[in-house]
Design a protein around this ligand. Structure first.
Ligand code: NAP
Length: 255
């Protein structure tokens, strides 16, 4: 039997990259998938692609930084689709400016990155909390190797802080919700080829080489590499796993 049969799974940032791949993977495992993204056109197309291959999928436009929007979309989903039992907090952005750049750029990076990558995770989780508690649901947050380290390549302190925050939030929520049967875990992707890093891959091969040279498996990841861990953490296969982070980084953090 499919691993996610009878589940309704909401995935943020599902119009692109990792979120899109997770949504498709969940649909293949029998879940009804609700794709959420600030990019309405992309997420509608991603949902159509899933339906065209026989899956169950709907899409809603959602900006995770807008708390009111999160509550309104969660209410619409409850009315039109049903009770969400799996939430994947995946929407995120990355920038590579350090702390020593022009002050206005550094401040904008901090505000934007923390608003989307960390406060966004809080906003969406809070909006779906009632449904997830009622369903004894599962939350999967997308962290990073930067949930632990700051990279050897240029990266912003805001991104590192936001992904450390995602791991901290994951642990705090797992501790608080465990007795209610809600499990909360994270995935730490390594360097995954998605539109998020398309420009840097095209313009700076030496940076990509630094990642690959430091990755025991010797290659960059693909969005599909994150799907298995995401299915594991959402399914009963991980029934006794909570407060954990599954690293899907080709071994990056081990050396
Ligand atoms: P991606 O291809 O850029 O996809 C991210 C999606 O999130 C995009 O559709 C984006 O829309 C959307 N989004 C941005 N801001 C949003 C908002 N305010 N509300 C709702 N949706 C929003 O990136 P990805 O590589 O798949 O990244 C997904 C997650 O994995 C992120 O949390 C990222 O930090 C994490 N991650 C990625 C890597 C990697 O190497 N790719 C490594 C570690 C962790 P727009 O395109 O319109 O902005």
């Amino acid at each position: 039997m499919a691993l996610l049969q009878n589940h309704i799974a909401a995935v943020t940032g599902a119009g692109s990259g990792i979120g899109r791949a997770i949504a498709s993977g969940y649909a293949r495992e029998g879940a009804q998938v609700v794709l959420l993204d600030v990019n309405e056109k992309a997420v509608a197309e991603a949902a159509r692609e899933i339906r065209d291959s026989g899956g169950k999928a709907q899409s809603f436009a959602l900006d995770v930084t807008d708390r009111g929007d999160c509550i309104s979309v969660a209410t619409q989903i409850a009315d039109k689709v049903g009770q969400v039992s799996i939430l994947v907090n995946n929407a995120g952005i990355a920038r590579r400016n350090g702390m020593l750049g022009a002050a206005d750029a550094v401040i904008k990076d901090w505000d934007d990155i923390v608003a989307i990558n960390l406060t966004g995770v809080f906003n969406v989780t809070h909006a779906f909390l009632g449904a997830l508690r009622a369903a004894k649901g599962r939350i999967v947050n997308i962290g990073s190797i930067q949930s632990f380290v700051h990279l050897r390549t240029p990266s912003s302190p805001a991104y590192t802080a936001s992904k450390h925050g995602v791991l901290g939030f994951t642990k705090a929520l797992a501790a608080e919700l465990g007795k209610e049967g809600v499990r909360v875990n994270a995935i730490g992707p390594g360097f995954i080829e998605t539109p998020l890093n398309e420009k840097v891959r095209a313009s700076d091969p030496s940076l990509v080489k630094i990642f690959i040279d430091h990755t025991p498996l010797g290659r960059a990841g693909k969005p599909e590499d994150i799907v298995g861990p995401a299915i594991f953490l959402a399914s009963d296969l991980s029934a006794y796993v909570t407060g954990s982070i599954v690293m899907a980084d080709g071994g990056y953090r081990t050396i």
